[in-house]
Design a protein around this ligand. Structure first.
Ligand SMILES: Cc1ncc(COP(=O)(O)O)c(C=O)c1O
Length: 431
């Protein structure tokens, strides 16, 4: 989907895509933990810090500009998510803090007799806030939809069985941060709406990998984090206007009673908004690079929203190629599927690559995870990781320190070649 020239330009847009700060050439395959920062996002952030560090609400230029930067950031995020208005975008310290914040507000709507339905492959960000409501007697039960363990996907029949007339919230991740599996959000959203439950989406893992459209999903709330989308720390919550209006979040009395401000704890960091606007500008640039592939598609989206949809669709297509290469390898290099020592957790069906992000968890027979990761780094310059990613799925699979590689659109087939070559060597030398 990307021409060679575009890939080179994409990589040039990320100051650390090729080498780390030591000048060491390496392939960054730890994007599920945090993506590398986009140069223009970091620059916009620094500019906002230097020029407009004044707090909002003043009559002087720095303060007015800070306000504008924040508003522009909300608008950019709203366009990116196809939200109806910038006023539907709340910012927060992290996805975790936004989920806790939301859970307190939703908790006030609950009587104690209801249940919440989630899944066995959530990040704890989308579990602990609900466990807390359960502990406080705000709900009767938190229910976990099980997985088809073999393929690492959700068991939708089970999820449907768990939802009943007492279900008040259905809350799911848009992709598993352990398995890479994408969640069929539209189907689950329908199930939630049939019983009048709120439908929440944790989009943190998937956000960098494809289009996210809150209107198409008809979700009530959706959360993602800037540092998983080439930006800085700081996260964003989309909420339907009617719920942002009526919910009563914990807040200090003098703070505004109107959304989005009433959900925002403390003063905003304008640099966070400047940075995310920089990221959205990158996607707009990218859409110009690839839009000759798209003549008739996505005409239902207007202007900037169509461009963003095109950019994210192109990223999704490109990343499917990366997933295929990781699994099947190259003429002279075996892929993960063909290395006998490797066990993959997650979808491996080549006809279903559109159902996964390029995030792969695996283990190597008879070699401890730390050793594999150390040797990938030492011998191949592959930045991978083993450990606990706060994914509940790791408990379900009993894999507390699985190896994970997670790729994004600045990764390349050449990097995958080096990774697979190094991994093949590691496996051979242990025999
Ligand atoms: C799916 C998912 N949800 C939530 C989080 C936590 O995000 P934050 O660090 O912004 O709280 C992560 C982080 O890895 C994640 O992968």
């Amino acid at each position: 989907m990307f021409e060679k020239n575009s890939i080179d330009q994409i990589r040039a847009a990320f100051p650390r895509a090729v080498t780390d700060f030591n000048g060491r050439k390496r392939a960054f395959f730890d994007n599920g933990t945090a993506t590398l920062v986009l140069g223009r996002a970091a620059q916009a952030e620094a500019e906002a810090r230097i020029n407009w560090s004044a707090n909002v609400g003043g009559i002087f230029d720095e303060s007015k500009q800070a306000n504008e930067v924040i508003h522009a950031g909300r608008q950019a995020v709203a366009d990116f998510l196809n939200a109806t208005s910038p006023m539907t975008i709340v910012s927060g310290e992290s996805a975790t803090s936004l989920f806790f914040n939301l859970s307190y507000a939703l908790g006030k709507e609950l009587s104690g007799s209801e249940n919440i339905v989630t899944t066995d492959y959530e990040h704890y960000t989308n579990i602990s806030p609900w466990v807390e409501l359960e502990r406080r007697g705000k709900i009767q039960q938190l229910r976990y939809s099980r997985l088809n363990m073999e393929e690492g996907s959700l068991d939708l029949d089970h999820l449907q069985e768990l939802i009943d007339s007492n279900t008040k919230i259905v809350t799911v991740t848009s992709a598993s941060n352990m398995l890479g599996t994408k969640t069929p959000l539209e189907e689950i959203g329908k199930m939630a709406r049939e019983v009048g439950a709120y439908f929440l989406v944790d989009a943190v893992h998937h956000i960098a990998h494809g289009p996210t459209d809150v209107q198409a999903l008809d979700c009530d709330f959706l959360v993602f984090s800037g540092y998983k989308l080439f930006s800085s720390h700081g996260s964003f919550l989309y909420g339907k206007e009617k719920y942002l209006d009526t919910l009563k979040p914990y807040k200090v009395k003098p703070a505004s009673n109107s959304p989005p401000w009433k959900f925002e704890w403390g003063t905003r960091n304008q640099a966070t908004f400047a940075a995310i606007s920089g990221v959205i500008d990158h996607f707009l640039w990218l859409s110009n690079e690839v839009n000759f592939h798209y003549e008739e598609e996505f005409m239902e989206y207007r202007n900037q929203k169509r461009s963003l949809k095109i950019a994210m669709d192109a990223i999704e297509q490109y990343e499917m190629g990366l997933s295929k290469a990781i699994l099947t390898g190259f003429d002279d290099i075996e892929g993960l599927l063909d290395i006998p020592e490797v066990t993959i957790y997650g979808l491996t069906d080549l006809n279903r690559l559109n159902e996964r992000d390029p995030t792969f968890s695996f283990e190597v027979k008879n070699i401890p995870e730390e050793e594999v990761v150390n040797r990938l780094w030492r011998d191949g310059g592959i930045a991978a990781r083993s450990g606990h990613y706060y994914s509940y799925a790791q408990e379900i699979y009993n894999k507390p320190k699985i190896i994970r590689i997670s790729l994004v659109h600045y990764n390349t087939l050449e990097e995958i070649k080096i990774f697979l070559k190094t991994l093949n060597e590691i496996c051979k030398t242990k025999k």
